[in-house]
Design a protein around this ligand. Structure first.
Ligand code: APR
Length: 232
């Protein structure tokens, strides 16, 4: 491990599962109860804003009783102690990484606790329910929407993510099914730049075969153990 300087960590819904946050796929997953095309596309927002806003209001409300778990805390510890470059890229829209203390963090799929103005592009903190037609505090237009990257929209900060992947010596994926691009392709990008690649996941994922090593188990056990091995 002594030749590891720059690290990229990709996280998915599985890192928040032990905090009680629903994942998307698998038993009881969010996509079991909802169709993506009804709640997570620009067309759905235009067609039925009430349903879309209610879906995200419910997920935002569900965050109230939720705490970061040992995996979030271990990554925050790594963030604070790691002397080289570190970027945590999360697909999650919960705020558990930042509540655990992570700083070097990108939410590539947006954030539940934020609203986006469809007119001026301003992001505003939004902890509560977000009724359709709420007015933007920057431009005043009644055009606020969930600050979520819908299917068919461009993930956030992709240039910064790709630059980090080009420089990293180690790419680690935690708690993601590898079902959704571009995130599912990050392991191949990192490997193309000679990075070592490690997957920490409860089950084998669609991308497990692309990693140098895949460790199976709960993130709350595997991530602290991995961080301890790096910092020791
Ligand atoms: N520890 C580690 N991994 C876990 C745990 C756990 N306790 N519980 C579940 N997992 C794993 C599952 O095995 C699965 O591979 O987490 C993964 C969750 O997969 P998904 O539910 O597909 O979530 P994710 O990969 O984050 O989805 C990617 O899809 O719907 C879109 O925008 C949404 O960001 C999301 C993207």
């Amino acid at each position: 491990m002594d030749d590891i300087r720059n690290i990229v960590v990709l996280t998915g819904a599985g890192i928040s599962a032990e905090s009680g946050v629903a994942t998307f796929r698998g038993p009881g997953g969010l996509w079991e109860g909802h169709r993506v095309e009804d709640v997570c596309t620009p067309e759905a927002l235009a067609r039925d804003p009430e349903t879309v806003h209610q879906f995200y209001d419910a997920r935002r409300a569900a965050l109230a009783g939720v705490e970061p778990n040992a995996a979030h805390r271990a990554l925050a510890r790594l963030d604070a102690a790691w002397p080289g470059e570190l970027l945590i890229v999360t697909q999650n829209v919960d705020d558990l990484h930042e509540r655990a203390g992570a700083k070097r963090l990108i939410h590539m799929h947006g954030e539940l606790r934020s609203a986006l103005c469809a007119m001026c592009g301003a992001h505003s903190r939004w902890p509560g329910a977000l009724p359709p037609g709420s007015a933007c505090t920057d431009c005043g237009e009644a055009m606020l929407r969930p600050d979520i990257v819908f299917f068919g929209e461009i993930p956030r900060e992709m240039e910064r993510i790709e630059q980090a992947l080009a420089r990293c010596d180690l790419f680690v994926s935690v708690g993601t099914s590898g079902a959704v691009y571009p995130a599912a392709g990050f392991v191949q990008m990192a490997a193309a730049y000679e990075a070592a690649t490690l997957e920490l996941n409860l089950d084998r994922s669609e991308g497990s075969h692309r990693f140098d090593e895949s460790r199976l188990g709960p993130a709350g056990v595997l991530v602290p153990r991995w961080v301890d091995s790096l910092l020791s």
